[in-house]
Ligand binder design. Structure first.
Ligand SMILES: NC(=O)c1ccc[n+]([C@@H]2O[C@H](COP(=O)([O-])OP(=O)(O)OC[C@H]3O[C@@H](n4cnc5c(N)ncnc54)[C@H](O)[C@@H]3O)[C@@H](O)[C@H]2O)c1
Length: 338
């Protein structure tokens, strides 16, 4: 069987998830190299992933490693130049979201993708590969809720992980670019239309460190779409019960709700406190299957010479909208998108 040889860059919170999937779960892929600026992560690659070929310098990995493809899971501000360098070195590229933290960077990545049409490029909007979201999209496309006119999205990280979010705040691009970007992508996907205007606000009640980093711990944004549809997203970092990702799509003939209660599993605990449903505690748990499914699709696309459903242009659009949302949050004014 032909195997895609992959080098991963970034072995932090999510990098470890992708790396383990490539190394142990995808039979037509092989993790042959790893790169990180954190020495402990290179030790992790050797000890836990069985990768002997490790690099502290990304360009050195591109030049020397025996790889067909690169998986980029670094800090968001690094994605675009790393995408361009990998494509110019003849590699297929999977990059985590967001594509870039500003539109100029995204355009640079777009140009690189256009220069190399024979290389596969995929962006990590993994929710499109989650079974429930994919099911919702199928139902919408089949007309089962009529015309979708409103998406209401909630995405709140658990309070238990808040210290990591505080450390991440300075380089995340801000709460809207970092968190709402998934909802922005899904709104465009479900509504089949582009956002034209946004109004946003934020607040910090529990952890002043977010404000000190120039961010907020929670935020709400309201979008208007070209076709008249609407979107609302509520993002945050302090859900006491777990990782709360919920999406509702309202149409003229019906509604679809995805994960209204972010259940850990189908078990219910009946005791003196009543009936308890435990919740998922983080993105690696909630979207474990989706991270695997998207990487399997990337590997298939690269081996078969195809492009996946999520394109570089989805990355630019979502960053453009995320950026406009951040501007609306900062200025307190409605911002036109386009
Ligand atoms: N799709 C999702 O649901 C999802 C979830 C979490 C994170 N992400 C995205 O994944 C990316 C990584 O997030 P994380 O939470 O794993 O961050 P992290 O801070 O835990 O890890 C980032 C890693 O990148 C490495 N790195 C940074 N710059 C580098 C460089 N120039 N060369 C080599 N290595 C470099 C760091 O050493 C670290 O290993 C971010 O862009 C984030 O937005 C996506």
């Amino acid at each position: 069987m032909k195997k895609l040889k992959i080098g991963i860059v970034g072995l932090g919170r999510l990098g470890k998830v992708h790396a383990a999937n490539i190394a142990y779960k995808i039979s037509n892929a092989e993790l042959t190299a790893a790169c990180s600026i954190v020495p402990a992560e290179l030790e992790y690659a050797k000890a836990e992933l069985g990768v002997a070929d490790v690099y502290a310098d990304y360009k050195e990995m591109l030049a020397k490693a025996d790889i067909d493809a690169v998986v980029i899971v670094t800090t968001s501000s690094e994605h675009c130049w790393q995408i361009e360098a990998a494509l110019d070195a003849g590699k297929h590229v999977f990059s985590e979201k967001p594509l870039g933290v500003d539109v100029a960077q995204c355009k640079q990545a777009e140009a690189a993708v256009e220069r190399h049409p024979d290389r596969t490029f995929m962006l990590g909007f993994m929710r499109r590969y989650d079974a429930s979201y994919a099911y919702a999209k199928k139902k919408i496309d089949a007309g089962e809720i009529g015309t979708p006119y409103l998406v209401k999205a909630t995405g709140i990280d658990p309070e238990a992980a808040v210290q990591g979010a505080i450390r991440f705040a300075k380089t995340s691009g801000g709460i809207f670019l970092d968190m709402a970007i998934h909802d922005i992508d899904l709104m465009r996907w479900f509504l089949g239309s582009e956002a034209t205007e946004v109004y946003a606000m934020g607040a910090t009640f529990k952890h002043p460190e977010f404000k000190e980093a120039g961010d907020d711990e929670t935020g709400v944004a309201v979008y208007k779409f070209e076709n008249g549809a609407m979107g609302i997203t509520h993002v945050g970092r302090t859900a006491p019960h777990g990782y709360h990702v919920e999406t509702e799509i309202v149409g003229t003939e019906g509604t679809i709700r995805i994960s209204a209660v972010p259940e850990k599993n189908l078990a219910r605990l009946y005791n003196a406190n009543g009936v308890c449903t435990e919740c998922v505690q983080g993105f690696p748990e909630r979207f474990a299957d989706a991270y695997l499914a998207e990487m399997e699709e990337f590997v298939r696309c690269a081996l078969e010479g195809r492009q996946p459903g999520v394109s570089v242009y989805d990355g630019t659009k979502s960053t453009l909208i995320g950026y406009a949302t951040t501007e609306a949050w900062k200025t307190g004014k409605a911002v036109k998108i386009g």
